[in-house]
Design a protein around this ligand. Sequence first.
Ligand code: 5AD
Ligand code: FES
Length: 371
Amino acid sequence: MPSAAVLQSLEPLKREALTAWLREERPARLEQLWQAADEVRQAHVGGEVHLRGLIEISNYCIRLCAYCGLRAPNTELKRYRMTEEEILACARQAHALGYGTVVLQSGEDPLLSREMIARLVRRIKDSLPLAVTLSLGERSPEDWATWRQAGADRYLLRFETSNPHLFRKYHPPKGEQRETRIEMLRQLRALGYEVGSGVMIGIPGQTYDDLADDLLMFRELDLDMIGVGPFIVHPRTPLADPGFRVLVPDGDQVPANELMTYKTVALTRLLCPRANIPSTTALATLNRERGRELGLVRGANIVMPNLTPPRYRVYYEIYPNKACIQESAEACHVCLRSRIESLGRPIGRGPGESPNYRARRGEADGLDAAM
Ligand code: 5AD
Ligand code: FES
């Protein structure tokens, strides 16, 4: 079946067509899916692989997410918060290594104040030609607006699962629940951010229908960036206890494995052709030899080399055995470069915003000009 036929099989965008692909096991059919995703990636976002320098600025977190090792009750974890100067030094290193973007990521840490982050964003934007992506969890609309005004370009907030029952059970609200994450993503969009989201694959209780709904939600939200990765059990979280997990019949549970991740990456590319899609560290964790590369030839176009100083990095333990946990920024840089070159793909230059976002801004500018 040529690629056009793979695409056709997804029209009209029915859940059943997606679940059929998610359940597909026949190597020849999967080969067609990979090829279709690779062609669509090439046609819409090109061959470049963009690098985003990841800086894990704090592992403090006030939340109780049942899947995540940074959750507040994990008292075994040593906590750290980088200083502004340390973060700026990493941003300078990102620029020196040729990256066009830094991603500042943390647990939900209220001591990263609105003012401190705004000042940091301003200092980065004033001194370096970098796009700044923030991934600091659920913050107030005022925080988000202030950071946007300070120059932040993008915001990442995964909705984790579109199944509200699973989301509530695994992601208890803090105090009074405000909007849903879907609504928060719309707020971020309205503030002019380039918006990224994503889900985990194979969390206990996630069915094929749930994952198909996640994919349809990516499309509905018209996301600029979409990150997906396999769920990996962390021993110091509630999900390590089988009694805590939501159970569904065996044949309905999505496995948290490498193949399911590639299928999800490929289908995401087919549904959202212009989005930026990373080949994630969680994928590299399942297959250290080839995980990143296989993600990149099955729909992904982004990788996120880690710039966090190793003395902190070891404590950013969202899940165990994370790839690259002991490496230096230079080691990840050299490693990723050679992996990308081995695929014959060029390394992207500049900020590498999603063509989706560019088109939206273009339309907005066009409207402004017309008024
Ligand atoms: N396994 C895989 N991914 C996880 N994340 C959090 N905990 C885990 C886990 N145990 C993902 C979530 C979060 C992102 C930063 O890491 O999707 O948004
Ligand atoms: Fe970190 Fe390969 S990317 S060592």
